[in-house]
Design a protein around this ligand. Structure first.
Ligand code: ADP
Ligand code: MG
Length: 246
């Protein structure tokens, strides 16, 4: 039975006895955008690694549609429809933009023709059609990051997790990204979990926020409630970030 939901329950992760995550619970539904925020080192990337089963769990459980992912390998998690991008761009530099997206689409086991049209559609959607035959290494940073997201989408995820997709982008690039990302959940019926330090982007994009500090949840809820939460302001946002958007 499908409830269309990714759930992490009481997730803990330890690195050589040090608790990087301590009992974090987070839900993501298809069709919604959740922002995972918190200061550097608060455990955001580790939470993603826990969900995609790239680090061992010291406690807790991750499920999709009620089925546990705990014992799965990362590639098996991806096959269940949970696809992530990494904080550092990971493209095949020696392949073209189209080939980069194509490899991900081919992995889905569709025929050549279906893959071809899927790739074209994604490149169009991401404003990359003109760069289809450029080598990934020749792209601007913003373009690389968009190729990465197109690649992730080629795998037809039910849940997409983006780790700092706007990092290193200028304001114009980040505006383009915002428009692309806000359309995804409805257009592709996927749940989007996004980590980013660009608070303007996060607050405009997300339906809900989840805030970590030192491996624990310090706040979760609507953008407005989180923004006004004193613990969040103290731990992370700072007065400038909260007023910047008022
Ligand atoms: P964030 O993404 O919020 O900046 P991370 O999840 O990367 O934070 O890191 C959380 C904490 O876990 C940090 O103290 C970091 O040093 C530690 N950590 C993360 N990954 C590892 C690892 N593979 N081995 C040891 N410590 C790690
Ligand atoms: Mg990180």
């Amino acid at each position: 039975m499908s409830d269309g939901r990714l759930r992490a329950r009481d997730v803990s992760v330890e690195f050589s006895g040090l608790r990087a995550l301590d009992g974090v619970s987070l839900d993501l539904d298809r069709g919604e955008i959740v922002g995972l925020i918190g200061p550097n080192g608060s455990g955001k990337t580790t939470m993603v690694n826990a969900i995609t089963r790239q680090v061992p769990l010291a406690g807790g459980e991750v499920t999709v549609d009620g089925v546990s992912l705990n014992d799965l390998k990362p590639h098996e998690v991806a096959r269940r429809g949970i696809v992530r991008s990494f904080q550092i761009v990971r493209l095949f530099d020696h392949l073209t933009v189209a080939e980069n997206v194509e490899t991900a689409a081919l992995a889905q086991g569709h025929g050549r023709r279906a893959v071809q049209s899927r790739v074209e559609e994604l490149l169009m959607e991401f404003g990359l059609a003109g760069r289809a035959d450029s080598l990934a290494s020749e792209l601007s940073y913003g373009d690389k990051r968009r190729v990465e997201i197109a690649r992730a989408l080629a795998a037809e995820p039910a849940f997409l997790i983006l780790d700092e997709p706007a990092a290193g982008m200028n304001e114009g690039e980040s505006d383009v990204l915002l428009a692309l990302l806000s359309a995804l959940p409805t257009r592709r019926k996927l749940g989007l979990l996004i980590i980013d330090h660009d608070m303007a982007l996060i607050m405009r994009l997300c339906h809900r926020l989840h805030v970590l500090a030192s491996g624990r949840t310090i706040a979760a809820g609507s953008v407005e409630s989180v923004r006004r939460n004193p613990a969040v302001i103290e731990a992370y946002l700072g007065s400038s970030a909260t007023t910047a958007h008022a």
